[in-house]
Design a protein around this ligand. Structure first.
Ligand code: NAG
Ligand code: NAG
Ligand code: NAG
Ligand code: NAG
Ligand code: NAG
Ligand code: NAG
Length: 747
């Protein structure tokens, strides 16, 4: 990070500053006008164990606690926040608030700001026009509060010289330059660079630039990319781009040949592009998401009379008002963005009775493993050894009764009728997530009975609604119940999901109508990618093979301990496996995946996994899917949705057959390639995901020549909504930079 002072001095521009910087902390105490709004934090505002000037701030925050500083007034017109940090490296994040407006900036992890060390201060300059990690601007607001908040492990570190800076002068710089498509160099820059200095050579021969166009994404206006169109197409060999003193060199690899067959297509269900809890109708429109799900652990206890929920074991079994407020109104918001809606119907015997009660008060159960740091009387319902507190609390402490006729009455009254309802959420593990109101493990029979009862109740209220169940959390519970293998044995050793499908088929016969329309599962990749190093990222990028590849032995516990009586048990082979189970046990049932995750919403590899999965859901015929987690519109996961569907420009609705040479399985470790046709216009679109750490060169026959609209994210260009127009000639190679997803739509 460059300090403002250094840059200004270097450029001799100090005199141009219109407004003075605003000190927040210099030495000894907060500057005038600043108040200490911290919580659960031990703070020394005059620490002398490590300091610059006369003293520093030393602080130790509990989990999720913060040093929080509030101005008497607002600071809307500053260009950035500068401060010095020493810490080893702190598990902490920063956010800025408008306490009057109830608005909060994105949270900025310290890990995106620098590599800190315990005994030395490093200067951070947070540029409000492009906040890390994704470059969104802070925007204008009545900002008045800055919080340095610890993560779940708490944090101990020093801060010094905190101030708001009035201006940031950007040093002109070429940041990256990469080959893209057949003859484009995508160049990102900061400041006013001189493009006449750019020189491109391909295999030692100078290549001239025939045109140049610059683009700034809507939600990262401080960033820009310039597309230089070369007079010659890329060929394997060495590419070098000299620009303003920097040189960017690449090896364009040998061509990987393949073909598309536009005459051979299968439909893509548009409902595969869904998300859980989309935050606004503009989010839905910008990303083109198609289903919004109201789901997750808390809604198991959703009480429409008052909009109360209970967090279960995610947060000390505490009641609260649902984060999204009233379900019916929320469905209306999602609908207004142009999305279908999926509503979860509670199917246990209790729902939350108010906004404040909790199940395990310390006054009643003093010996508990942990208590809410913000509500010290609320315990986590566990003894020190992790086992549940006994006897179970009276459910009436936090809940009121719920049953199927109450569900029918609620659904009948909805102003915004959902297309889909799910019969509760992961209730096979209710003895854990909701141990306070359902302490006993749920058996095969109980789960079936609840699904049948509540599905009938939903269809009685909304005859056209499509019912999804059992929304099972994971691989383990696809095959058995919380009681375990004795329960499976008691059901002829038939694994849970096939048994459930058989029973729902029988239930259709007794009811005279289908009660189950979609077999709904949750799928979380089981491979451990938490190390976040190069090997873990490569694993994350290839584990999408578990969605379709019968030869991919899962690189997790599933691969060695599959826990089922199914054929090919160590391959997850998820989509074809589930479709086969449906075909064998209850044909005509659709398949939905109402929770899934890339395993990292903030890393580019998570965005590439998301794009790869969206492509695979289309090819392999998933009928609906909703991503778990409210991912930022401008972060890697949001960008994967934007790539396929953003701002009304969509991937085709018919999946086109693709044939790439070599072993499809091996290639899928590093490449996702998807083609589609628009059924109305016949135009083709492509999504190419280069999961490798070097560029890929594709030679694909039957890609029509002509003009294409292009979008991309990732690579050296970074995480932003980059887009342009380009043209391809017959036989052109398509180069995709490392760690980049590229969308092309024929014009
Ligand atoms: C700042 O606030 C925290 C949290 O309320 C408190 O513990 C601390 O004593 C305060 N520090 C000063 C110097 O006022
Ligand atoms: C931390 O250091 C690594 C390795 O030098 C570097 O790649 C990374 O960009 C640094 N992180 C930040 C936020 O500066
Ligand atoms: C924020 O305010 C400044 C100064 O009033 C103005 O120039 C700028 O356009 C505003 N930005 C936005 C995003 O509204
Ligand atoms: C390019 O020049 C380098 C150094 O002069 C040489 O080693 C290399 O073989 C040349 N490459 C081609 C493709 O001509
Ligand atoms: C549900 O509870 C209500 C209120 O206690 C009761 O009137 C109704 O009969 C119950 N319905 C079922 C299906 O148990
Ligand atoms: C691409 O071309 C279309 C049609 O000519 C135009 O509306 C659009 O602005 C262009 N997009 C970019 C990113 O240049």
């Amino acid at each position: 990070m460059l300090s403002v002072r250094t840059v200004l001095a270097a450029l001799g521009l100090a005199a141009l500053r219109a407004r003075a910087d605003l000190d927040i902390y210099v030495d000894g105490g907060l500057s005038s006008g600043w108040e200490n709004w911290s919580w659960n934090t031990v703070i020394d505002f005059a620490a002398t164990d490590l300091f610059q000037g006369l003293s520093s701030i030393s602080l130790t925050s509990d989990a999720w606690a913060a040093l929080s500083l509030k101005l008497e007034g607002t600071f809307s017109q500053y260009a950035g926040l500068q401060f010095d940090v020493a810490g080893a490296p702190p598990d902490a994040q920063i956010y800025i608030e408008s306490t009057g407006g109830g608005v909060q900036s994105p949270t900025i992890p310290f890990s995106a700001l620098g590599n800190f060390t315990a005994n030395q201060f490093k200067t951070v300059l947070l540029d409000f026009s492009q906040l890390p990690p994704s470059g969104t601007p802070l925007g204008n607001n009545t900002w008045d509060r800055i919080s340095f908040q610890a993560g779940g492990n708490g944090a101990s570190y020093h801060l010094d010289n905190i101030k708001l800076v009035s201006s940031i002068v950007i040093e002109p710089k070429f940041l990256s330059a990469e080959p893209l498509a057949s003859n484009i160099i995508a160049v990102t820059t900061q400041g006013a660079v001189d493009f006449s200095s750019v020189k491109v050579t391909l295999n030692n021969a100078t290549v001239s630039v025939s045109s140049k166009i610059t683009y700034s994404p809507v939600d990262a206006p401080s960033k820009s990319i310039t597309y230089l169109t070369l007079s010659k197409t890329f060929a394997p060999g060495s590419l070098s781009i000299a620009a303003g003193g920097a040189t960017f060199s690449f090896t364009i690899p040998a061509v990987l040949h393949g073909s598309v067959t536009p005459a051979v297509t299968t439909p893509i269900n548009p409902h595969v592009y869904g998300v859980n809890f989309p935050p606004s109708s503009t989010y839905i429109q910008h990303l083109g998401t198609t289903v919004g799900r109201w789901g997750g652990n808390a809604v198991t206890a959703y009480n429409p009379e008052g909009d109360f929920t209970n967090a279960g074991n995610d947060w000390y079994f505490e009641n609260r008002v649902a984060d999204e407020g009233n379900a019916d109104e929320w469905l209306g918001m999602v609908r207004s963005g142009g999305s279908a809606v999926l509503l979860t119907v509670p199917a246990l015997d209790w729902v939350s009775k108010d906004a404040t009660s909790y199940s395990y008060p310390a006054s009643v159960f003093p010996n508990q493993q942990a208590f809410d740091p913000y509500k010290p009387d609320a315990g986590n319902g566990k003894l020190a050894d992790g086992s549940p507190v006994t006897p179970s609390p009276d459910p009436r402490n936090a809940y009121t009764s719920w049953n199927a006729s109450m569900a029918t009455n609620w659904l009948k009254k909805l102003k915004n009728v959902p297309e889909f309802v799910a019969i509760d959420n992961e209730i096979e593990i209710a003895h854990s997530t909701h141990q306070d109101m359902h302490p006993d493990p749920i058996s095969y029979d109980e789960e079936l009975s609840r699904v049948v009862t509540f599905a009938a109740a939903a269809k009685a209220a909304l005859p056209n609604v499509k019912v999804l169940a059992p929304s099972t959390c994971s691989w383990w519970f696809y095959w058995t119940s919380a009681i375990g293998w004795d329960d499976t044995a008691a059901h002829n050793n038939i694994d849970f999901l096939p048994w459930f499908l058989q029973q729902m088929k029988a239930a259709e016969q007794s009811a005279g109508k289908r009660l189950l329309d979609y077999l709904d599962i949750h799928y979380y990749f089981q491979a451990d990618t938490s190390a976040e190093n190069a090997a873990a990222k490569a694993l994350r990028l290839r584990m999408t093979r578990s969605l379709w590849d019968p030869s991919y032995v899962d690189e997790s516990w599933v691969g060695s301990n599959p826990q089922n009586h199914q054929p090919n048990p160590t391959a997850v082979w998820l989509i074809p496996r589930m479709k086969q189970l449906i075909q064998q046990n209850y044909p005509g049932t659709k398949l939905s995946i109402s929770e899934w995750s890339s395993t990292n919403d903030n890393d580019i590899t998570g965005g590439l996994v998301t794009a790869d999965a969206l492509g695979l859901f289309g090819v392999y015929g998933v009928d609906a899917a909703t991503y778990w987690g409210q991912s930022s519109e401008s972060g890697p996961v949001g960008l994967a949705y934007w790539l396929f569907r953003g701002f009304g420009t969509t991937f085709g609705d018919l999946s086109v057959q693709v044939n790439l040479g070599g072993s499809a399985s091996t290639l899928a470790n590093t490449l996702g390639f998807f083609a589609a046709k628009d059924s109305k216009t016949g135009k083709l679109s492509f999504v190419i995901i280069n999961k490798d750490t070097k560029p890929v060169t594709l030679g694909v026959s039957n890609v029509p020549a002509g003009n294409y609209f292009a979008r991309h994210f990732g690579g050296q260009a970074g995480v932003a909504k980059w887009q342009t127009n380009l043209s391809l000639k017959a036989g052109d190679n398509i180069v995709v930079p490392s760690y980049t997803a590229l969308f092309l739509k024929q014009q």
